[in-house]
Design a protein around this ligand. Structure first.
Ligand SMILES: Nc1ncnc2c1ncn2[C@@H]1O[C@H](COP(=O)(O)OP(=O)(O)OP(=O)(O)O)[C@@H](O)[C@H]1O
Ligand SMILES: [Mg+2]
Length: 253
């Protein structure tokens, strides 16, 4: 008798989770002081998907990522953020990170005075451990070769790899990438793109913000285009790739 009750409960739970998106933001409103920047942003992501968050300069992409990561600014004034049923909107940034939201900021924040490996092991000190170091090196051979080198002496592309690797060293449920290709030579962009495809194959749900919209759309399943802090388009990445008018209007490409 008890067994049949257990079975019923597990079926009920499974039904519920399959109906809920893996990650969702609902009506986010965020401010830098008096400046109203994120103006009612809503979208969701299914598990394992890559979402390209696009838009012109100043559209609010970085601000949206920072809001999701629960950094102090911009400050979230209204709206909800849900990750696998956990209310991220009630959390501080360290709690959001512990809950599996890992932001790789544009400036990468490699820690000075630490080697590549120390940057990675430090990420594993706080609760919420992710990939083991050797597993990370198998995807990032350049980092494996430079494991004893000080992180800040790496090339720009290698520092970007280290910043992504460090996010994977944490328990990761949602990877937030802010302009991972910025300032990098095409050959390095290709290398990082290959790594991001490998990460995708491991089912890591990702939001990628990129000026190089075409590269982001190649990687992504879905796309959200922001325009002055609001969602101008939400749909498939394929739709944006195939719709020159849409790209012209909101991305100027
Ligand atoms: N710390 C801040 N204080 C006040 N306003 C800010 C701050 N940071 C960004 N803004 C403003 O918020 C708006 C959105 O900026 P945000 O950096 O989110 O845009 P973005 O889409 O990431 O642009 P870019 O493509 O240039 O990186 C811009 O008008 C910007 O000037
Ligand atoms: Mg930005």
């Amino acid at each position: 008798m008890e067994t049949s009750v257990d079975v019923d409960v597990s079926i009920a739970e499974r039904t519920t989770t399959s109906e809920q998106p893996y990650f969702a933001v609902e009506e986010l409103h965020a401010y830098y002081g008096e400046s109203y920047i994120v103006q009612g942003v809503t979208f969701d992501i299914r598990r394992g998907e890559i979402l390209a968050l696009l838009g012109r300069n100043g559209a609010g992409k970085t601000s949206t990522l920072r809001t999701i990561a629960r950094l102090d600014s911009p400050s979230l004034q209204a709206g909800q953020i849900w990750l696998e049923g956990a209310p991220i909107h009630t959390m501080k940034s360290f709690e959001a990170s512990r809950a599996g939201i890992q932001l790789v900021p544009e400036d990468r924040r490699i820690i000075q005075g630490l080697t590549v490996e120390e940057n990675l092991t430090l990420a594993q000190v706080a609760p919420g451990r992710g990939w083991e170091i050797e597993r990370i090196y198998s995807h990032f051979p350049r980092l494996a070769e430079r494991r004893r080198q000080e992180g800040v002496t790496l090339s720009g592309g290698e520092q970007q790899m280290l910043a992504i690797a460090r996010a994977l060293a944490r328990d990761i449920k949602l990877l937030l990438l802010d302009e991972p290709y910025e300032g990098l030579a095409p050959v390095i962009v290709n290398e990082i793109e290959k790594i991001l495809n490998e990460i995708k194959a491991h089912g890591i749900t990702t939001i990628i913000v990129e000026q190089n919209a075409i590269a982001a759309l190649r990687l992504a399943d879905r796309a959200v285009i922001l325009d002055t802090g609001t969602v101008a388009f939400a749909g498939t990445a394929k739709h944006v790739l195939e719709n020159a008018e849409l790209r012209q209007e909101y991305l100027a490409i």
